[in-house]
Design a protein around this ligand. Structure first.
Ligand SMILES: C[N+](C)(C)CCCC[C@H](N)C(=O)O
Ligand SMILES: O=C(O)CCC(=O)C(=O)O
Ligand SMILES: [Fe+2]
Length: 421
């Protein structure tokens, strides 16, 4: 009965939105129509406020700014921004959520201008600005992109002519840093030029945008083809496209490379936008994309070379998406380090291999490969949650230094500069 009534109301609301029913509010005594109500905006003369709301038994329904939103009453009580519930100096909740009656319902609801007032059974009043509700509702968030990006193949990236940032301006100016971060966030790779070819200067760069993430490879690392560590990276062999540290529960967010020396041939760096490839899979085979985002896999690093003894295991799907808006935020792709698959039934595993093949085909398309020769003075930052890297085999002496960065701290710097991250 309740469900029927609700769906009836929903369809009426949809009719209303399409302009089919004009006097619905009059027919429903419990429904309050508040339009047309003129309000004044700062930048325009006037605009009519189209806001319709209804108090249901177990939730509050609001239609505003072309969005139909539903709010749970406990949620509405929990997010109260009044002085006794929320400390606006620390931006922290003071209210003890566990003290809220799970069956709470507002005694009264009223709208004044653009503020909704909820009066609770104990007399406490919670006020919400309509725009705040739109921005913070599930329905509002669902339509929002967390991280705007430009997906690229080699041609798109080269045609974009993304400017590199100069060492000096990166270190000394806010604009230099901001431009760099903006490009890095959009493309998942960015270069700094004219960096003195030393580990110390590379470290300075890294510290300008983030905290260095110390790992089993050290804080700043320095490597050459001496097999000092039990990994192919420490050889002259080619490395197919991959992301690093897939065997960590949280793979490193950013990788910094600075080639300090190369006397020999080959050794070019390969970069592939994993999100561009994943997007192709989503378009061509959505069910395969879904499988890659659901099947958890293990990656593993086992090392027993010299004094180095390590055994790392990380678990997670190849494609990691936010459940509410399906936005991709991390790709874990390293066929060298993928561990035995023993957590997936045989019929699923076969479909997973098919999906993995589809993704691999996209990742390997020559038009998606961006090749670059790293040179002393040119530092490359790679979003290791998005862009895969690899390298060509090489001859001669080659020395690379770099580090990993903590992702949270890069994003923190970006947000403080006013960027969406
Ligand atoms: C960058 N550095 C040389 C320090 C480490 C290389 C780690 C290589 C490893 N197979 C992985 O992909 O995670
Ligand atoms: O040698 C290179 O250019 C990169 C090797 C690599 O993949 C790594 O160190 O993570
Ligand atoms: Fe790598």
């Amino acid at each position: 009965m309740w469900c029927r009534r609700l769906s009836h109301l929903q369809s009426r609301l949809q009719d209303l939105l399409r302009g089919r029913v004009t006097c619905w509010a009059l027919q429903q005594p419990s429904f309050k129509s508040l339009f047309p109500l003129a309000i004044h905006w700062h930048h325009t003369a006037s605009k009519s406020l189209n806001c319709v709301w209804q108090q249901h038994e177990d939730h509050f329904e609001l239609q505003y700014a072309n969005t139909v939103m539903r709010f749970d009453y406990v949620w509405l009580r929990d997010h109260c921004l009044s002085a006794s519930c929320y400390n606006s100096k620390t931006h922290q909740r003071s209210l003890d959520t566990a003290s809220v009656d799970l069956c709470i319902q507002p005694k009264t609801i009223r709208l004044d201008e653009t503020t909704l007032f909820f009066t609770w059974p104990d007399g406490h009043v919670t006020r919400y600005d309509l725009d705040w509700l739109v921005k913070n509702s599930y329905e509002g968030q669902k339509q929002k992109v967390i991280q705007p990006r430009i997906l690229w193949n080699a041609e798109i990236y080269q045609q974009a002519q993304v400017p590199s940032v100069d060492f000096q301006s990166f270190l000394e100016t806010k604009e230099g840093l901001k431009n760099f971060l903006q490009n890095f966030l959009l493309y998942g790779i960015a270069f700094v030029e004219n960096v003195p070819p030393t580990q110390e200067h590379t470290e300075k760069l890294a510290e300008r945008i983030s905290l260095i993430r110390e790992t089993i490879y050290g804080r700043m690392w320095y490597f050459t083809s001496d097999f000092s560590r039990g990994d192919t990276a420490y050889t002259k062999l080619a490395l197919d496209r991959h992301t690093d540290t897939t065997y960590f529960q949280e793979p490193c967010g950013i990788q910094v490379f600075h080639c300090l020396k190369h006397e020999g041939t080959g050794g070019r760096t390969l970069l592939v936008d994993g999100f561009y490839a994943a997007e192709q899979v989503l378009q061509k085979a959505p069910e395969e994309f879904e499988l890659l985002s659901k099947v958890p896999l293990k990656h593993e690093y086992i090392e027993n070379v010299g004094e180095c003894h390590n055994h790392m295991i990380g678990v997670g799907p190849v494609l990691n998406i936010y459940p509410w808006n399906k936005e991709l935020y991390m790709i874990r792709y390293n066929n060298y380090d993928r561990a035995v698959i023993n957590t997936v039934p045989y019929d699923v595993v076969h479909r997973w291999y098919t999906a993995h093949r589809t993704l691999t085909i996209e990742l390997r398309k020559p038009e998606n490969e961006f090749w670059v020769k790293l040179k002393p003075g040119r530092v490359l930052f790679i979003d290791n949650w998005r862009v895969l890297h690899g390298r060509e085999s090489f001859t001669g002496y080659r020395q690379l230094c770099g580090c990993y960065l903590t992702r949270d701290d890069v994003l923190n710097t970006a947000r403080l500069l006013g960027l969406q991250a």
